[in-house]
Design a protein around this ligand. Structure first.
Ligand SMILES: NC(=O)c1ccc[n+]([C@@H]2O[C@H](COP(=O)([O-])OP(=O)(O)OC[C@H]3O[C@@H](n4cnc5c(N)ncnc54)[C@H](OP(=O)(O)O)[C@@H]3O)[C@@H](O)[C@H]2O)c1
Length: 294
């Protein structure tokens, strides 16, 4: 009899984490979900990510910044998948505390339990943005993972549809600021398509897995598409890069954590982010789905 493999999904209440729970379950895994608040993933998320509370086999409630709350989280686990990270401002915690030290807590337990593979979600183009605090935190963890002795894979997505959803929310308000000229390009990926890439990594040979979606757009085209989905005439005000960077420096004086996260958004607009294409779902349809819910 083939034994059911047990996976820990860390960050299971997030955009990618929910799709990962669903994909692991669809492929026959036993899923233990690590979340801070189980209530949160009883209902669908703001970008259509599924409610997965009912399909997870086990739910562990814990916060990685309180190590005692996640004690034993890897017990009996074969595979760890972590999409756990800080993606919005948190007045109490920094990227270093969550992305690095939080994931390190899980890695230490994975080592003690001798799990067979650890799959971690970091970021694409990390080498072009080495000064961004959240990227530093992700990559410190990646370095520890690589030297841990565990079998590993690092998935490097360029941008999620949920992130592009921010453009949709701004378009709904009728106006958007655009940092720079908006001419840099990206091929973002749907969470469901990315979850397949992540689960494939369990048995795959690749260790570094850059991943994007099927369509390439400039950031400006993405914004215009968001306005079109809302049925509004695009009203976009360009902000020079120097002004955005100045505002970031001022923010940093008052709130370092917020400035750290915003610096990712500003830095990312300086480069193309075209990663190897996976998946079948289109951003235009995603915006259409968001519009149909309003
Ligand atoms: N979004 C993008 O475009 C993008 C692109 C490339 C890479 N990434 C990386 O991919 C990963 C997943 O991104 P996402 O957009 O799916 O993020 P997300 O929706 O914000 O989900 C993050 C998950 O981490 C959990 N988490 C945060 N702090 C925690 C803590 N202290 N203890 C326990 N759990 C905690 C969140 O729990 P709660 O639900 O309780 O908040 C949530 O489940 C992140 O590391 C991100 O940096 C994202």
């Amino acid at each position: 009899m083939v034994e059911t493999k047990k996976v820990l999904v860390a960050g299971a209440s997030g955009y990618l984490g929910r799709y990962a729970v669903k994909e692991f379950k669809a492929r026959g895994y036993f899923v233990r979900a690590l979340v801070r608040n189980p209530e949160k993933f009883k209902t669908a998320g703001p970008h259509g990510e599924p409610a997965v509370y009912a399909i997870a086999d086990e739910i562990v409630t814990g916060d990685v910044t309180s190590p005692e709350s996640i004690h034993g989280v890897c017990k009996g686990i074969d595979i760890v998948f972590s999409a756990l990270g800080l993606t919005s401002p948190d007045e109490h915690h920094s990227s270093m505390e969550v992305d690095y030290r939080g994931n390190k807590q899980i890695l230490d337990q994975a080592l003690a339990e001798k799990v067979s593979k650890f799959i971690y979600v970091s970021v694409f183009n990390e080498d072009k943005m080495p000064e961004v605090p959240s990227i530093q935190a992700h990559e410190l963890f990646v370095a520890d993972l690589k030297k841990s002795g565990l079998s590993w894979a690092v998935v490097r997505p360029n941008g999620y549809f949920s992130d592009m959803g921010r453009f949709f929310s701004m378009a709904q308000s009728g106006h958007m600021f655009m940092v720079g000229e908006g001419e840099k390009k990206i091929n973002p990926i749907h969470g469901g398509d990315l979850a397949k890439v992540c689960v494939d990594a369990v048995d795959g040979e690749s260790r570094e897995i850059p991943a994007g979606g099927p369509d390439i757009y400039t950031f400006k085209e993405t914004m215009e598409m968001a306005f079109a989905a809302c049925g509004k005439t695009p009203w976009i005000t360009p902000l020079p890069m120097w002004l955005a960077e100045g505002a970031l420096m001022v923010t940093g004086i008052f709130n370092r954590n917020l400035a750290g996260l915003l610096s990712f958004a500003v830095e990312a607009l300086k480069f193309d982010h075209i990663a190897p294409a996976y998946g079948t779902r289109h951003l235009k349809d995603f915006f259409g789905e968001l519009a149909s819910k309003k």
